[in-house]
Design a protein around this ligand. Structure first.
Ligand code: C2O
Ligand code: CU
Length: 573
């Protein structure tokens, strides 16, 4: 019943055109170690006779697929030819915070930003997209998104399809809203137009053999429940951060916004000329997920069009496969297993944190539990705040608690994580690999474990946030910095003019006065770089009792929102 509705609605939408299928657009690739990317605006004709204003990387819509090799040092020259600022985030990468492309790495119009980093992640499917403060949804919706394929020597040893455009295809799945002027709209639940790689009603010729698809949910908020129209099997081989230990034979793969999966489909037993569809079976999604037949509880009446969007709760086609003849050197079998992925043992965690998702209850009563804005630990995103301070190389367990009535795909930058458990139960196999986005259902508690290695920066934060772009833009985001307490070279960065300390040398109590009012942490280190005292701090004066310190030299480190400042302390009795 629902599907009939979709067809009726979409044909009404397509009124001036006859319903037809279009060849799937497949972005070209860029490879090597230097990538030149121009962010530009243009137009795209989705419906004959109508030009939709769009953004793209090196083109009018979407961007080239970047092919990178693990171990390479890459430089990305991103030139902003838009009339507005943008940022480009390398979603999935473990890299220095200043090259991450979050809200703080703004590229003004006419400027070029050139992050440069070593590719440390293993073979995986990542992506790149804008991440400006309160500007992510509008810029992604206008067309800014591209795929990144990382290859490595381990993945290369498996008999997997990896010939781009031949037996290895990117599928960027998005739903968007278009207004009567054929311009993209943002905001909740207007996304009635489906596209794969920017193509509406696409078809793709697939060879009669094992074919690999890299699925990316690039939608602002819709979750897809992928499956095939003829109920044949799919083989899940990879989660966000790399290959799983084993392939998983399945009829369904669920992806929330920002998530990726690599699947294999064996067309070997099909006949040439056969057609089947990649579909989303959203009628099977549980309540609470955006895209399901309802969010919140059924007693909440949403005034915003959720229930009139024909895609919600419906089963719909995404892409038609047309089976064509086998290529040379086809892959004909599904590899059963890969290198074992071994989660970090929970016993090695030394720090735990809790993030609680909670609605703005002041907003329209219960509807606020569904529509937000949503807080993380009672805070909305602030460009100048540091919400979490992480110590380099610490293994941490984060507990995500969803106290809202809608599911949120939680994403964290810098690291890949392992899901420890969902409501105390170990995750199902499809979530057993490396992840950087995890959908947290209403009332669920999800724990993950990770190690914050390699990249410390005293002043530039990484982000964690809901990957529903509307929620992110409304402030469901926080920041963390990773600091290295053993790096004594930073002590040369002493800026005593910001701190006055007396008496110094001292035999007991020390009084410190800060010029800045945005101090949030103070630390005292000995000359070995060991932290001997730490205090969470606010205000402008600090009274330190050094009475228990052995005689010698120490460093007082003061963290402000703009960076860290250091001053020497001498204890002398
Ligand atoms: Cu895909 Cu912080 O984003
Ligand atoms: Cu959310």
């Amino acid at each position: 019943m629902r599907s009939t509705l979709v067809i009726a609605y979409l044909s009404a939408f397509l009124c001036s055109d006859s319903y037809s299928q279009n060849p799937l657009f497949i972005p070209d690739t860029l490879s090597g170690t230097t990538f030149n990317i121009a962010v530009q605006s243009g137009t795209t004709t989705f419906f004959a006779g109508h030009n939709t204003p769009t953004y793209g990387y090196n083109g009018n819509l979407l961007g080239p697929t970047l092919l990178m090799n693990k171990g390479d040092s890459v430089t990305l020259n991103v030139t902003n030819n838009l009339a507005v600022p943008t940022t480009v985030h390398w979603h999935g990468f473990h890299l220095p915070a200043k090259y991450d492309g979050g809200p703080h790495q703004i590229i003004d119009p006419g400027k070029t930003w050139s992050p440069s980093f070593k590719v440390r992640n293993e073979a995986s499917t990542f992506w790149y997209h804008p991440h400006g403060n309160m500007k992510t949804e509008v810029q992604v919706t206008k067309g800014l998104a591209g795929m990144i394929i990382i290859r490595d020597s381990t993945e290369a040893t498996y008999a997997l399809p990896r010939r781009y455009k031949l037996d290895d295809f990117p599928l960027i799945v998005q739903s968007k809203g278009l207004d009567v002027l054929y311009q993209f709209t943002t905001g909740y639940h207007r996304d009635t137009v489906l596209m794969v790689n920017g193509t509406i009603d696409p078809y793709l010729q697939v060879p009669k053999q094992v074919v690999r698809f890299r699925l990316l949910n690039g939608s602002a908020d819709r979750t897809y429940y992928f499956g095939l129209s003829d109920s044949s099997d799919m083989h899940l081989i990879s989660s966000d951060g790399g290959l799983l230990s084993q392939q998983i034979t399945t009829k369904r793969v669920r992806l929330s916004s920002g998530e990726r999966a690599e699947i294999l489909i064996d067309f070997g037993a099909d006949t040439v000329g056969q057609q089947k569809y990649l579909m989303s079976f959203a009628s099977e999604l549980p309540h609470g997920i955006i895209g399901a037949d309802s969010v919140g509880t059924n007693t909440i009446v949403l005034g915003d069009g959720y229930y009139t969007n024909p895609l919600n709760g419906a089963d719909f086609n995404l892409l038609r496969f047309d089976v064509v003849s086998t290529t040379a050197n086809p892959v004909t079998t599904i590899p059963a297993s890969f290198t074992p992925v071994v989660p970090i043992p929970t016993a090695s965690a030394t720090v735990t944190r809790k993030l609680i998702f909670f609605p703005d209850t002041g907003f329209a009563g219960q509807q606020g539990f569904v529509e937000g804005p949503f807080f993380i630990n009672n805070r909305l995103f602030n460009m100048d705040s540091i919400n979490q301070v992480v110590y380099l190389n610490d293994v941490e367990i984060w507990t995500l608690i969803n106290q809202t009535l809608v599911a949120h795909p939680f994403h964290i930058h810098d690291i890949q994580f392992f899901v420890v458990d969902i409501n105390g139960t170990p995750p199902p196999p499809q979530y057993s690999g490396l992840k950087d986005v995890m959908l947290v259902m209403p009332n669920d508690t999800v724990r993950f474990i990770t190690r914050f290695s390699d990249f410390a920066d005293d002043s530039v934060p990484f982000m964690y946030h809901c990957h529903l772009l509307h929620h992110e833009d409304e402030g469901m985001m926080g920041t963390f910095i990773v600091i290295d307490t053993t790096n004594t070279s930073v002590y040369e960065n002493i800026l005593p003019k910001y701190i006055s300390i007396y008496p110094n040398p001292s035999s007991g109590k020390i009084h410190a006065q800060f010029e800045r009012s945005d101090i949030y942490n103070t630390f005292v280190y000995n000359t070995m770089g060991e932290c001997v005292q730490k205090s969470i701090f606010s205000g402008q004066t600090l009274n330190l009792d050094t009475g228990s310190y052995p005689n010698g030299m120490y460093y007082l480190r003061v963290q402000s929102r703009k960076g860290s400042y250091y001053s020497k302390i001498i204890v002398q009795r």
